[in-house]
Design a protein around this ligand. Structure first.
Ligand code: GLN
Length: 240
């Protein structure tokens, strides 16, 4: 049985759980019954975290998630889960920020990060809430999935990876996706296409068991990344 947790302190955790269940239905349909048991749970305590084989940290507000995690004594168990036990973790947007070793805060004062990814993120890279946008993304790592259509990238006060840091003796940081040269951004709620050159902005990375994306698959009904990630999570568990 596979138990995947979603950190449920703030942000889009319900949406992630729904997409995980949708993705699991397709991923596990191709498998034998014996290992088809799958559970997606909300994680608010160290006990719940300890039950998980893998974890998603949702989008939301990274400062808030970090504050609540500290108040509820979850920060150290999270660091242990990610950095010591090295269980698979995926952070979307605020989750990517929390999994980074460094973040450029836009305001004064830092924030406690879980860390693990040898990168520095730039928070709110594209600007304020009204500069949120959607862009169709060609994600090379989804090439093996049946549906070849672009992935709907939802960017809300999104971070980007602005620098890959020294990885010490850790695994290599792989860049999984960048924004293409020009993006037609459909401003949410406004029928105006904004084209801006953000060529080369890094929006998805992987380092060992850690995956981070700038955008929010949980705010779409597209379960392809969840399905891809579940397969990545399952692979080493099967070999073990
Ligand atoms: N800008 C937010 C932060 O710093 C992240 C935005 C998001 O997750 N939608 O936490």
């Amino acid at each position: 049985a596979l138990t995947v947790g979603v950190l449920a302190l703030q942000g889009g955790f319900v949406e992630h759980i729904n997409l995980l269940r949708k993705a699991a239905a397709t991923v596990f349909a191709q498998r034998s019954r014996a290992d088809a048991a799958f559970e997606a749970i909300e994680v608010r305590t160290a006990q719940e975290l300890a039950r998980c084989d893998a974890l998603i940290i949702p989008g939301g507000e990274s400062t808030t998630i970090s504050f609540v995690a500290q108040q509820s004594g979850l920060m150290e168990p999270l660091r242990d889960f990610v950095q010591v036990q090295k269980k698979p973790v995926w952070g979307t947007c605020a989750g990517l920020i929390l999994l980074s070793n460094q973040a450029n805060a836009t305001k004064k004062g830092g924030q406690e990060l879980i860390g693990g990814l040898s990168v520095r993120v730039h928070r709110n890279h594209f600007g304020r809430q009204i500069e949120s946008f959607e862009a169709p993304l060609q994600l090379p790592f989804l090439a093996g999935e049946a549906d070849p259509s672009p992935f709907p990238g939802v960017f809300i006060r999104a971070p980007v990876v602005e620098e890959i840091l020294s990885r010490g003796d850790g695994p290599e940081v792989q860049v999984l996706a960048k924004l293409p040269g020009r993006v037609d951004k459909m401003k949410t709620g406004v029928s105006l296409a904004v084209t801006r050159d953000d060529s080369g902005d890094i929006i998805a990375v992987r380092q060992g068991s850690i995956l981070g994306t700038s955008f929010h698959p949980e705010l779409t009904d597209d379960a392809r990344i969840h399905a891809w990630w579940l397969k990545q999570v399952l692979r080493p568990l099967q070999d073990a």
